[in-house]
Design a protein around this ligand. Structure first.
Ligand code: SF4
Length: 367
């Protein structure tokens, strides 16, 4: 068992004992999550993990909290129970099922990856997983360790925090040197016999005990923690401040005809690509042009507008929704896909949370 006070005041490290202690805690106290096979509440008698469920959960959990993901995960599986069902679904069905979860590129990537898997079979190993759209460093490591038993560390912000504290890493994890130091330590810690459980155990520790304000008296690996030994657990990890999201004005045109609302599908490479939205753009004075180009309609635009805000990771949309009236149908094809949706069917369309906010501010029936 590790004890404090090695040579030069270093905290001696027994990695084998650290693994035993954390995995024992995980077996008894790990979170009961719907994507983990935990028959009879005991981890030790798990089945072989289902790659579809593990992959789906890891993609949903990218930048999204567990409690937000739970209901989406369940309803997604009811709708697309396996990879073949997802591969066969339409893009709109996939966007609708994802609606409200944010970062819509994830849904489109899942869909594309499902089509590839349905054709070529499941990837095996981290580098094969990483070739799928939407699967990066963290997600590929998490899936490969859980599904394929590959001994690789999955390092996200929570794991960074735990590892930086366990190893008392004082470098800024916002910089490359700090991230490398954390990645090296995380790689050293991974249990080669239970890598998937190890990664999930570290995630659980970060989510429930080694939280931003750590609960060290309850920690199953406190005896191995170099930050606790040095009294630096509250100051680690060092992370340079993130830049505040940049404000951006966005003006939308609300065009109605015969009880239907005009929506356009946001194209690739735009924020919220693949979701249905009101036509519009950054300039109020060019809103007529935006509607003409995107939807093929010449409209007049009201000056007054309903307003709403939505915050993305790097941007805050200050949204204005202007009433528009159709003056003419233009001869050219709309540049974006268009549909007219009855107001009582808005909930069935793949709307982003940002767009729901804008429509609700304009008095339309969306939740
Ligand atoms: Fe985190 Fe405290 Fe446990 Fe160290 S002892 S790993 S700082 S909770």
């Amino acid at each position: 068992m590790a004890g404090p006070a090695g040579a030069g005041g270093a905290h001696a490290r027994d990695v084998a004992a650290l693994r035993v202690d954390l995995l024992r805690w995980y077996d008894d106290e790990g979170r009961d999550l719907p994507w983990r096979d935990k028959p009879h509440g005991r981890f030790r008698r798990r089945k072989q993990p289902d790659p579809y469920r593990v992959w789906l959960s890891e993609v949903m959990l990218q930048q999204t909290r567990v409690e937000t993901v739970r209901p989406y995960y369940e309803s997604w599986l009811a709708r697309f129970p396996d990879v073949a069902a997802l591969a066969a679904a339409s893009e709109d069905d996939v966007t609708v099922a994802w609606s409200g979860l944010g970062y819509y590129a994830r849904a489109r990537n899942l869909h594309r990856a499902a089509q590839r898997i349905a054709r070529d079979g499941w990837p095996n190993g981290r580098s094969a997983w990483k070739r799928l759209p939407g699967v990066g460093d963290y997600t590929s490591a998490a899936i490969a360790s859980i599904v394929d038993g590959e001994p690789v560390a999955a390092v996200d912000g929570n794991v960074q925090r735990v590892v930086a504290r366990l190893d008392a890493i004082a470098e800024d994890v916002g910089h490359l040197a700090g991230r490398k130091a954390v990645a090296a330590a995380a790689g050293e810690f991974v249990d080669p016999d239970r890598p998937g459980d190890w990664n999930q155990a570290v995630m659980d520790l970060g989510a429930t005990v080694c939280t931003p304000v750590p609960r060290c008296p309850d920690c199953p690996v406190a005896i191995h923690c170099r930050a606790l030994a040095a009294g630096t657990q509250d100051t680690l990890p060092v992370r340079s401040a993130r830049r505040a999201p940049t404000p951006q004005d966005v003006h939308f045109g609300m065009v109605m005809a015969e009880g239907r609302l005009l929506l356009v599908k946001r194209p690739e490479k735009r924020l919220l690509a693949g979701t249905w939205a009101l036509p519009g753009g950054e300039s109020a004075t060019r809103l007529v042009d935006h509607v003409a180009r995107q939807a093929g309609l010449h409209v007049s635009v009201s000056e007054s507008a309903a307003s709403a805000k939505h915050t993305f990771t790097h941007r805050v949309w200050d949204m204005r929704v202007h009433q528009c009236h159709i003056l003419d149908v233009l001869p050219h094809e709309p540049a974006w896909e268009v549909q007219w949706v009855p107001l009582n069917r808005l909930e069935a369309v793949g709307l982003s949370t940002a767009m729901k906010r804008a429509l609700a501010a304009a008095g339309l029936p969306v939740v």
